[in-house]
Design a protein around this ligand. Structure first.
Ligand SMILES: NC(=O)c1ccc[n+]([C@@H]2O[C@H](COP(=O)([O-])OP(=O)(O)OC[C@H]3O[C@@H](n4cnc5c(N)ncnc54)[C@H](OP(=O)(O)O)[C@@H]3O)[C@@H](O)[C@H]2O)c1
Length: 214
């Protein structure tokens, strides 16, 4: 099992959801956690929880859409990257092409970085969450999502799977794991997978009363 006590971990997007859950678990395992996001009140609350386990943990209120803010954070010395991609990167979720593309780019970036850093000892883990119960889906300006027959998992399940993957030096982890089987199946016959997805979307559209009824 990986030893986190005394190590320094930077968690971005840590004021809620997956980032907050990972930050608290790193702190519980003894790491000194640095957390960042834009909402100071929410970040402060996560920091308070981290500091109950790891008192030297600290926070930065940062908007990572601002390049100078990213430069400042990137100066931290790291030994492991955990990049949260999405099943959207490999399954190309319909109606979310820009999101899918951004996550596919993150995956390619992460895998290339893993190879570039191979001899430095810095490792890279790519996480592919399916549906996780966070605030992500209630953010303003979200497009309506498809009514997929998948129940969201709690953040704690995602966090547990990430630490199992870190412990086993995995390069990637799908959570729940069966999404990895779906991705492998898709890779075996992309045309059939896309046809099945299109049929699913058509069924959803029909249920909603056609293209203008949603
Ligand atoms: N939930 C899912 O089902 C799911 C599935 C697949 C992948 N993911 C991925 O998991 C990651 C975390 O999502 P989540 O579900 O945990 O959502 P979340 O609860 O909304 O968390 C998003 C975090 O990112 C921070 N953030 C957003 N924009 C930022 C910016 N410009 N600068 C700094 N921080 C910023 C937010 O904090 P502030 O608003 O305070 O800045 C918040 O802490 C995302 O990359 C998402 O795409 C989620």
């Amino acid at each position: 099992m990986a030893e986190w006590a005394g190590r320094r971990v930077l968690v971005t997007g840590a004021s809620s959801g997956i980032g907050a859950g990972l930050a608290e678990e790193f702190a519980r395992r003894g790491a000194m956690v640095g957390i960042c996001a834009r909402r100071p009140d929410r970040l402060q609350e996560v920091l308070r929880r981290c500091q109950t386990h790891s008192p030297d943990s600290r926070m930065w209120v940062t908007d990572l859409a601002v390049p100078s803010a990213v430069d400042a954070l990137a100066t931290a010395a790291l030994s492991e990257f955990v990049n949260v991609s999405s099943i959207a990167a490999t399954l190309s979720s319909p109606g979310e092409s820009a999101y899918d593309a951004s996550k596919a780019a993150l995956t390619a970036f992460s895998e290339a970085m893993a190879v570039d850093l191979w001899d430095t000892g810095v490792k890279v883990l790519v996480v592919y969450p399916g549906l996780v119960d966070t605030e992500l889906f209630s953010l303003p300006d979200n497009d309506p999502v498809l009514n997929a027959p998948v129940l969201p998992i709690p953040v704690s399940e995602l966090v547990g799977a990430v630490f199992d993957a870190l412990d086993s030096n995995a390069a990637q982890v799908y959570v729940p794991s069966w999404f990895g089987d779906v991705a492998a199946q898709k890779a075996g016959d992309v045309a059939a997978f896309l046809a099945g997805t299109a049929a699913f979307v058509a069924g959803q559209t029909a249920q909603a009363g056609g293209p203008s009824g949603s």
